[in-house]
Design a protein around this ligand. Structure first.
Ligand SMILES: C[S@@+](CC[C@H](N)C(=O)[O-])C[C@H]1O[C@@H](n2cnc3c(N)ncnc32)[C@H](O)[C@@H]1O
Length: 298
């Protein structure tokens, strides 16, 4: 790609305004939606300034080093790589999380599941800060991090992927939650002592059905980790193990909370009831899609 022109061209030519205009034009040609916004987002990340500051600097010249970095980022975006991986971070729950292609990009649905989980815990337990929670499939660490911050409790984050755990660890350190969050590499509960008990287990497991792969956006399939996305033929493989196994690791009266796929409510209800959970509830998010499931161990 030739953006923002030949990097060896005199740097003086490359004002921020001109660089933005050229980048937006290239992104538009590559069919990237919201090309202006994305160009601003990427250049803001390179210059480490927000959009307001960017607009106040349109006539400022860019350093060759900055132009080069920006050019490389625009290139990657033109090839379809998600913005969040290119800039290496994402906003979630009004907090900034470090991100690499080893972890799923956290979704808005998960913020809804967190809101519901926090309300459930605060409504059911007198002293949330004394609780022990488990985040199964911790990925970038967003769930463990937000629960530890909002509830003041202890959280164990588990993932099968060592690379994902490294990202989670960086986020936990960044937010100074090391004393509240411990991370464990494990295939579900395999590496945990059966004596370990939790008040609440929260999981956003891989739940996309292999048969739905063709319906996912191209950039999801090409760039996000398969292990974080797909849950077997019908998307339910992980829940089939997680729902019964969680009973061993919950205190009596403890809760299992799950993020689920929009069409999985009936199957998840049946699985939770069959395993013996009570108070089984499925709740739709603000767009009316079932996303939150929970059940209580008797
Ligand atoms: C959908 S992502 C969720 C990531 C993060 N919790 C979030 O909400 O953004 C699912 C995570 O589960 C992990 N995972 C998949 N299979 C697992 C297993 N058998 N045991 C533990 N973790 C698993 C994946 O590596 C991935 O990080």
């Amino acid at each position: 790609m030739s953006y923002p022109g030949n990097i060896t061209a005199p740097t003086e030519e490359w004002t921020i305004g001109r660089a933005l205009a050229r980048a937006a034009c290239h992104l538009e040609q590559a069919d990237i939606p919201r090309p202006d916004f994305e160009a601003q987002y990427l250049l803001g990340a390179v210059l480490e300034i927000n959009r307001a500051a960017l607009f106040l600097s349109l006539d400022n010249r860019m350093e060759a080093r900055e132009a080069q970095r920006f050019s490389a980022m625009v290139d990657r975006r033109m090839r379809g790589e998600p913005l969040q991986y290119i800039v290496g971070q994402v906003e979630f729950w009004s907090r900034t999380f470090h991100l690499t292609p080893d972890v799923l990009i956290p979704r808005h649905e998960t913020e809804f599941v967190l809101e519901q989980t926090i309300a459930l815990v605060k409504g059911r337990f007198a002293c949330p800060e004394t609780l022990q929670l488990l985040d199964m499939g911790v990925g970038s660490g967003v769930i463990a991090d937000v629960l530890a911050k909002e509830l003041g409790c202890h959280v164990v984050g588990v993932d099968i992927s060592p690379a994902a755990l490294a990202v989670a660890a960086a986020n936990i350190r960044r937010h100074r939650l090391d004393s509240q969050v411990a991370l464990v590499c494990s295939d579900l509960f395999a590496a945990l002592s059966r004596l370990r008990k939790f008040d609440c287990i929260v999981a956003n497991p891989p739940y996309v059905a292999e048969s739905e792969k063709g319906e996912l956006a191209d950039e999801v399939v090409r760039f996000e980790p398969e292990q974080a996305l797909f849950g077997g033929d019908d998307g339910l493989d992980c829940y089939r193990r997680l729902i019964p196994e969680s009973l061993t690791f919950l205190h009596p009266g403890g809760w299992l909370v799950l993020e689920i796929g929009a069409s999985q409510g009936p199957a998840i209800t049946a699985m939770l009831q069959h395993a013996g959970y009570t108070d089984v509830t499925i709740r739709p998010d603000y767009s009316g899609r079932s996303r939150f499931a929970c059940g209580r161990k008797e």
